[in-house]
Design a protein around this ligand. Structure first.
Ligand SMILES: C[S@@+](CC[C@H](N)C(=O)[O-])C[C@H]1O[C@@H](n2cnc3c(N)ncnc32)[C@H](O)[C@@H]1O
Length: 318
């Protein structure tokens, strides 16, 4: 679908009262959009990537408590974490988007493709016993509450990751997948600060940020940084609604936010879309003044996994 049409539809639906708006948006996504044909692979892989990032930091997942910010429609990230040993996964979302029928469809896929699913976890400590109990549960008539109970998933929604009721030192890992690009900068900082409060001393933050213009995911006629050509007002008119808000922060802006939150960056894995660097170098793309001063190699970054920890207080030489 042409992205400008999608933007108009989203802007109109966002004007409706919340309860009707969410239902209609879900219906359209299910009939025509990203939820028309689903399978759990990409989000299981997201949870697996969190496990890989932790392994690269010599951290274990077994027995650990995760806080996921921004659950979304389904539960595949928490499920993957549970299958690699997580003790508990608290998943919080501002909006109660979670849908039982989508989760059941994901589980049907997992049941029908068990070997494929198990292979995704190669190289990690996959818990075969847990997998079998998941297959047992979902092989009969089951309810979402039973899945929550089996996998120790606590779903908090509506819930705001900037203001949680959790006590200090309760979580080991603070994670999100393609969430932070949808949150205004001040709120991201508040979210990190709340994370600083609840995370244990040796805890880590693992976040995947998708810097790309999300309209480019379904309209191949535009590239992943198409949105950088628009001024703030113009962009707000196109996508400043609850369904498509994107802060357009670039990778360097995110690194600054981490610094402001008093974090040490431990690892950054970035990706770039082929062709973008070239269009930037040849000047064939219009770039708005907000982004003009940034180096091309920053503008060309379309996503990153960022692993951080709170800066330790250094004790000076005595
Ligand atoms: C683009 S969705 C991503 C959902 C999911 N992680 C995925 O990959 O499909 C972003 C989610 O973050 C949630 N969100 C935004 N701000 C939040 C906040 N302050 N606290 C908790 N969730 C938030 C939104 O409601 C939305 O469900």
């Amino acid at each position: 679908m042409k992205w400008t049409l999608k933007s108009k539809i989203q802007n109109i639906i966002a004007l409706l009262p919340s309860s009707i708006s969410y239902k209609l948006y879900y219906l359209l996504q299910r009939k025509l959009g990203g939820l028309k044909k689903i399978n759990p692979i990409s989000r299981l892989q997201a949870g697996i990537e969190v496990g890989i990032q932790l392994k690269n930091q010599d951290k274990i997942t077994t027995g650990k408590t995760f806080l996921e910010v921004g659950t979304g429609w389904r539960l595949n990230v928490p499920l993957a974490l549970w299958l690699i040993g997580a003790k508990k996964i608290i998943t919080v979302d501002l909006n109660p988007y979670l849908k039982e029928d989508l989760i059941k469809e994901d589980m049907d896929y997992i049941r029908a493709n068990q070997e494929e699913i198990k292979h995704l976890f190669d190289g990690l400590d996959f818990d075969e016993t847990r997998f079998r109990s998941l297959m047992d549960l979902t092989g009969r008539d089951w309810h979402l509450t039973e899945l929550f109970e089996l996998c120790d998933i606590q779903y908090i929604s509506p819930g705001d990751a900037t203001k949680l009721t959790l006590s200090e030192n309760t979580i080991d890992y603070h994670i999100s997948y393609t969430v932070l690009e949808h949150i205004p900068p001040d709120t991201i900082l508040a979210l990190f600060e709340e994370g600083n409060r609840i995370i244990k001393e040796d805890g880590l933050f693992i976040h995947r940020v998708d810097y790309s213009d999300h309209f480019s995911h379904s309209d191949t006629s535009i590239n992943a940084i198409n949105f950088l050509q628009y001024g703030e007002g113009q962009w707000d008119k196109l996508a400043g609604n609850r369904y498509m808000y994107m802060n357009r922060l670039r990778h360097d802006d995110f690194l600054d936010l981490y610094k402001q939150a008093n974090h040490n960056i431990l690892t950054v894995n970035t990706d770039q879309e082929p062709g973008i660097a070239q269009s930037l170098e040849t000047g064939t793309m219009d770039i708005d003044d907000r982004f003009k001063n940034k180096p091309n190699d920053i503008l060309a970054i379309t996503g990153a996994w960022i692993v951080t920890e709170i800066k330790k207080i250094e004790i000076g030489n005595r």
